[in-house]
Design a protein around this ligand. Structure first.
Ligand code: BGC
Length: 261
């Protein structure tokens, strides 16, 4: 034991919840290995997805597990989450802006909770347990989905709410051109989409000079279709945790009670 051993041992488990546009998913997480310790449960996101309706669904999801009362709950949300409060609503109901998501979830579940941006959660999981595990320096995780999410981790420490999906590039909000939803909406082939990603990642690497870029989001499982088409100076690799990343990262951040609260 080192002299830095904390008085209370770090928790070895927490519960992670991923709030998305179509589903709310949750599972307990083993923090020693960064893996789900039980099958995740998915409940469709209520429509309209107002704070009250989502809180009730989150409580239902948590209650479907038999959890120890002191297990912390981490929740991802697809918006800027500053000290628990949603500050933006790019792809979610506007009524969330100004809502204290951390408070809504702790009230609904009666537990210690922490709400974090969805990309921050997924990226932190990749940094701690996945594709960037053990990497020092500046790691940038970019999630490609309905929007573009970003997560900046510097020597293992998360710099929250970077929102690099909203860089203005060539007069456009970047995610409107380069998110996976743009590929689907415009029926782009892999080469056409890769050209947009090339422009996006070139701007990002010129501004941030990361040591490593990790690409997440559902489409990252097809990484061999587009990552080899990119010509960047920064090494760029696919995410490893795939669809459990948000749950694992939210749980890990909640257990730490990090400086995000
Ligand atoms: C939001 C981010 C979010 C990303 C991925 C963007 O539109 O502004 O907060 O992380 O989408 O969901």
């Amino acid at each position: 034991m080192s002299e830095h051993t904390p008085h209370r041992p770090a928790p070895t488990g927490a519960f992670g919840i991923d709030i998305g546009g179509s589903g709310i998913k949750g599972a307990p997480v083993d923090l020693l290995v960064g893996e789900l310790s039980a099958d995740r449960v998915r409940i469709p996101t209520p429509q309209p997805a107002t704070p009250d309706a989502v809180a009730a669904t989150v409580a239902e999801l948590v209650d479907s597990f038999h959890l120890s009362p002191d297990l912390a709950i981490g929740v991802t949300f697809p918006a800027v989450i500053q000290h628990g409060v949603a500050r933006s609503a790019a792809n979610v109901d506007d009524s969330w802006i100004g809502t204290d998501v951390t408070q809504v979830v702790s009230k609904a579940t009666g537990r210690t909770a922490l709400a974090v941006n969805d990309a921050d959660a997924a990226g932190y999981a990749e940094a701690r347990y996945g594709a960037a595990r053990g990497r020092d320096g500046v790691v940038l995780v970019v999630t490609l989905g309905t929007g573009i999410g970003s997560c900046l981790v510097v020597d293992g420490t998360l710099v929250p709410n970077t929102e690099l999906g909203h860089l203005e590039i060539d007069g456009h909000d970047a995610e409107s051109r380069a998110a996976d939803s743009a590929r689907e909406r415009e029926d782009l082939d892999w080469e056409q989409w890769a050209a947009r990603l090339q422009r996006y990642f070139r701007v990002v690497e010129d501004l941030f000079w990361p040591d490593l870029i990790v690409v997440g989001g559902g489409v990252s499982k097809k990484h061999e279709k587009f990552l080899p088409l990119l010509d960047l100076r920064t090494p760029i690799v696919p995410a490893m945790l795939r669809n459990s990343a948000g749950i694992v990262g939210a749980a890990a951040l909640a257990a730490q009670g990090v400086a995000l609260d």
